[in-house]
Design a protein around this ligand. Structure first.
Ligand code: FAD
Length: 527
């Protein structure tokens, strides 16, 4: 007999199969020794009030041999001699597109401006020692894209657009823990992501696909509104009838290149603000409603906050419990912060972006710069943060309570940001439409989570790369650019995804559309 059992347990009980086996047996109306197999299908934590409850969905078998668990497995066929599709960018969008192309029998040629994941680590180490940013190898550029040195959170609201479960399976098949398949809020962790990404690359190469690093695409070849290939910075032409353009939202040069070629772009809503960091213990105390903190059985607490301030959303973004703040700029005169955390989420800090929605009409005189005005405005705020920071990538920072109250910070609490921080009046120099909304937003969040606004927490500027201010518009059905045949704008840089999972889903969808374009067959016909 097979049953699916829902249990609501204390964190301690949920950690111990010996405790809940009798409960499962009771619900199945059998003796405990008749249970032949139990497997957690889903796990989530309900921390809205005390006592904290862990919800488990368990698949159990009694008096019967459980069927053999199917191993998650992907067979990537040999595509060495198959029709080629150019994929620009080796982020989640690009790599998932490449793997899906292989499944469909096409040979991906992945072109990546940055380095392979291991080489990339060395540049990040230099950056964290406050050396100048390498413009081609940093937290945004290089194998695995912006998602490699991150928290690796894998949730998305865009599950309707594609197969989220498959994305989890592909990550698991390439080395991510089994846990991601059951957790309500799965994450991989920055310590594990590089080997997962490397393994995905090996799958592409073993199947006969190509991955070329240090290969920056600087131009697109177009004839009669049809793409015919790309040009790399070293002048090589790589020809092909279809190009999946998955360059992420930090590749500003790509937007300028497209704009200069009169290829249609659209301004879109994005968001920017600061990164806030608290002691993790404080967030545990607030979120788990206990001065004793999280105890031995609960994970580092997370939060998600949002409100409306003067008709614009103010919200937490990419919260990293037990994590680190990192320098995420791509150029020398910019200051950008973001967050990551290891799989165990065990640093003593909890950081999160806290951002304000920015609509195309919110950027003042930058609107005069046309469709790329948002990009210029984003860049200007990053320059402002740079000049208000210290030398190199030292970040401007302010106590959170001081930021909200408009006071100068004379002393800053410790942060996880390795290159260092310098006290700076962010409340003063952030543009009013962003700074004012943020300060009011924080005050509002403090009413819901008492103790959140404190000088034990620090805000660092600026969190500006949440999403792209520009969209590369594509046809709803064919996914090709509205104007250029064979060009498939993909992932976060195209403005059709936000985050690792949704970029991965979009990568798969773009690959399917590219397959249909090149082969003239439909994906359903193929499968
Ligand atoms: C520090 C950090 C932490 C994050 N944490 C999370 C998280 O926990 N969960 C989450 O869902 N999201 C997170 N994100 C966001 C997430 O990483 C992105 O949403 C996602 O990576 C976007 O995928 P993409 O493939 O569209 O673009 P990207 O990941 O940006 O990849 C684009 C790739 O294209 C390459 N490229 C750019 N221009 C060129 C060119 N001209 N020629 C060749 N190659 C080029 C880049 O080098 C890059 O490798 C984080 C981002 C950062 C920076």
């Amino acid at each position: 007999m097979k049953s699916e059992i829902d249990l609501r347990l204390s964190p301690k009980e949920a950690s111990d199969e010996a405790y809940y086996l009798p409960l499962v047996a009771k619900k199945m109306k059998v003796a405990p020794n008749k249970i032949t197999s139990m497997r957690i299908m889903k796990r989530s934590i309900d921390a809205r009030k005390r006592p904290i409850v862990v919800q488990l969905k368990i698949e159990a078998y009694a008096n019967a041999k459980p069927p053999k668990q199917e191993e998650v497995k992907f067979d990537y066929p040999d595509v060495s001699n198959s029709p080629e599709v150019i994929v620009v960018g080796a982020g989640p969008g690009g790599y998932f597109a490449a793997l899906r192309l292989i499944e469909l029998g096409m040979k991906p040629i992945v072109l990546e401006r940055g380095k392979g994941v291991n080489e990339r680590k060395k540049d990040l180490a230099l950056l964290n020692r406050n050396e100048a940013v390498n413009t081609e190898s940093n937290y945004a550029f290089g194998e695995g894209g912006a998602g490699t040195f991150s928290d690796g959170k894998l949730y998305t609201r865009s599950t309707k657009r594609g197969d989220f479960k498959k994305v989890l399976e592909v990550f698991h098949y390439h080395g991510a823990d089994q846990e991601i398949m059951i957790d309500a809020h799965p994450h991989i962790g920055t310590d594990k992501l590089p080997s997962v990404i490397k393994s995905m690359r090996e799958s592409i190469q073993q199947a006969g696909g190509k991955v070329l690093f240090d290969t920056k695409v600087s131009d697109l070849l177009v004839e009669n509104s049809k793409v015919t290939g790309v040009v790399t910075e070293s002048g090589d032409k790589i020809l092909g009838r279809s190009v999946v353009l998955a360059t992420g939202h930090s590749a500003r040069d790509i937007y300028y290149m497209l704009h200069n070629k009169s290829i249609q772009l659209e301004a879109k809503t994005w968001a920017m603000g600061v990164r806030v960091e608290h002691p993790q213990d404080l967030i545990d105390e607030i979120q788990y409603h206990s001065q004793k903190g999280r105890g031995d059985y609960l994970p580092a607490a997370t939060y998600s906050m949002s409100c409306q301030m003067a008709n614009r959303g103010v919200y937490s973004f990419c919260m990293c419990p037990g994590g680190f703040i990192v320098p995420a700029m791509t150029d020398a005169d910019e200051m950008v912060v973001n967050g990551m955390s290891p799989s165990r989420r065990d640093s003593p800090f909890a950081n999160s972006g806290m951002v304000v929605e920015v609509k195309p009409e919110d950027i003042g005189e930058f609107q005069n710069k046309g469709v790329l005005g948002g990009l210029e405005y984003q860049k200007e705020l990053e320059r402002l943060a740079f000049v208000n920071g210290g030398n190199g990538v030292v970040a401007p920072a302010q106590g959170l309570a001081d930021f909200v109250d408009g006071n100068l910070s004379f002393e800053l609490s410790e942060t996880s940001y390795v290159p260092g921080v310098i006290a700076s009046p962010l409340h003063f120099w952030l543009p009013e439409n962003i700074g004012e909304r943020l300060r009011n937003g924080f005050a509002h969040f403090d009413k819901r989570a008492r103790g959140f606004v404190t000088n034990e927490a620090v805000v660092l500027g600026v969190e500006s790369r949440t999403s792209s201010p520009v969209r590369i518009p594509r046809d709803r059905e064919s996914f090709q650019h509205v104007q250029i045949e064979g060009l498939f704008p993909c992932g976060e840089g195209a403005g059709y995804a936000g985050g690792i999972a949704s970029s991965a889903i979009d990568g798969e969808r773009c690959a399917e559309k590219a397959f249909e374009f090149v082969s003239g067959k439909s994906v359903t016909e193929k499968s």
